[in-house]
Design a protein around this ligand. Structure first.
Ligand code: NAP
Length: 355
């Protein structure tokens, strides 16, 4: 098996997690990460053993003064790698695009960039095969990843007439002390529909979907309230079983007592998840309800980590090194995706035996 050399441009919330995930895969490794400032994350990157590259010659000096070794500028990193994963802040990736193209280096962008930045928007469960061999891909945002993953199996099994979703979004990530609100509930955007529905349509162009957004004072996760009008009327049990069978959907049983995002996170930490990450959509099982063809539920999305397995699969799609099924299985195994579900199932088996 060839080991693909992966560059991570931007070592923040998303970039550092992608770097860790790449290192856990059997078929790829990190050849370097890039940043602009010699801060705690630069120190952490070096401590984690990654060659550190900087955005410009000017930064080399600043890093030198801070006593942090650098391997070169980001240009050299882009030249040296097989694939670059751009995890720079929203809008910065677009500025790098010409440099990736000039070096003929396939690039993966994040959801903060406009869809036009890449040949195709990507979700591993929804359109891996359509993206195979592309020169550039855009892994859709954390919210869009959460929605497309949830909708894919329903679309395949029953057809979807219409989706309506309200996205209650965290105000910022834990390190973002400048974000808010700190004591308010903001319609965001206040105009309806929000941009999230059109983003889902970059993966499912024909899907009828309306979304609304709010921002709340939390750094933990997003919570979606979803209503899907299905084309057929299946039994609720069939839907629950189908969603539970999806590795990146964790249908959370009531018996776990995870009444919110705090307890979900605590569960992930207890299960030894790196950084307390929850790669899976967490769908509260009790919330799944069917009224005719209308399906309802709540799901929690860990914004810092749900796109991480998708980036790993995007690397295999762009390099055409595995099929969708093989890639998702490899990624899931390396990241321990499915462990939370199996703990929940073990709990159920034991309860049934006790009964
Ligand atoms: N955080 C989330 O919830 C989330 C979820 C899904 C998708 N995304 C998307 O993922 C992307 C990255 O977001 P993030 O939250 O990880 O951002 P972040 O935490 O701010 O990290 C951005 C990283 O990029 C580096 N950087 C800034 N300018 C750079 C440049 N010119 N060249 C190279 N590196 C540069 C920053 O380092 P310096 O500080 O040293 O410049 C930092 O390490 C965005 O498109 C975002 O929309 C974010």
């Amino acid at each position: 098996m060839n080991t693909a050399q992966i560059a991570i441009n931007g070592y923040g919330t998303i970039g550092k997690r992608i770097a860790s995930a790449v290192e856990l895969q059997p078929d790829m490794q990190v050849c370097g990460v890039a940043k602009t400032s010699p801060d705690y994350e630069a120190n952490a990157a070096r401590a984690n053993g990654y060659p550190l590259y900087v955005a410009s010659e000017r930064s080399v000096e600043a890093f030198g003064e801070a006593g942090i070794d650098v391997a070169g500028t980001v240009e050299a990193l882009i030249e040296a790698c097989d694939v670059v994963v751009d995890a720079t802040p929203s809008g910065v990736g677009k500025r790098y695009k010409a440099r990736y193209d000039a070096a003929d280096t396939p690039a993966i962008f994040q959801g903060g960039e406009a869809p036009e930045v890449a040949e195709q928007s990507f979700n591993a469960r929804s359109n891996f095969e359509d993206c195979a061999g592309a020169d550039s891909l855009r892994v859709v945002s954390c919210n869009t990843t959460g929605l497309t993953r949830f909708l894919s199996p329903l679309k395949e099994a029953y057809g979807i007439e219409k989706v309506r979703a309200t996205l209650v979004r965290r105000g910022g990530d834990p390190s973002q002390s400048d974000r808010g609100p700190i004591n308010d509930i903001l319609p965001d955007p206040v105009s309806i529909p929000s941009h999230h529905g059109p983003d889902v349509q970059t993966v499912f162009p024909d899907l009828d979907i309306d979304t609304m957004g709010l921002k709340v004072p939390s750094t933990r996760m997003h919570v979606h309230t979803i209503n899907v009008t299905l084309s057929e009327e299946p039994a609720l049990r069939a839907i629950t079983d189908q969603l539970s069978g999806e590795s990146r959907l964790f249908v959370v049983p009531a018996r776990l007592g995870t009444n919110g995002c705090g307890t979900l996170h605590e569960f992930a930490r207890e299960m030894g998840r790196s950084r307390g990450d929850l790669y899976e959509n967490c769908i509260w099982g009790e919330s799944l309800a069917l009224n005719g063809r209308d399906l309802y539920c709540y799901q929690a999305i860990h914004q810092e980590s749900d796109v991480v397995p998708e980036n790993i699969d995007a690397i295999r799609a762009i390099t055409e090194s595995a099929s969708a099924t093989e890639s998702r299985a490899l990624t899931d195994e390396a990241l321990g995706i499915g462990i939370l579900e199996s703990v929940a199932r073990m709990d159920r088996t034991e309860t049934m035996l006790a009964d």
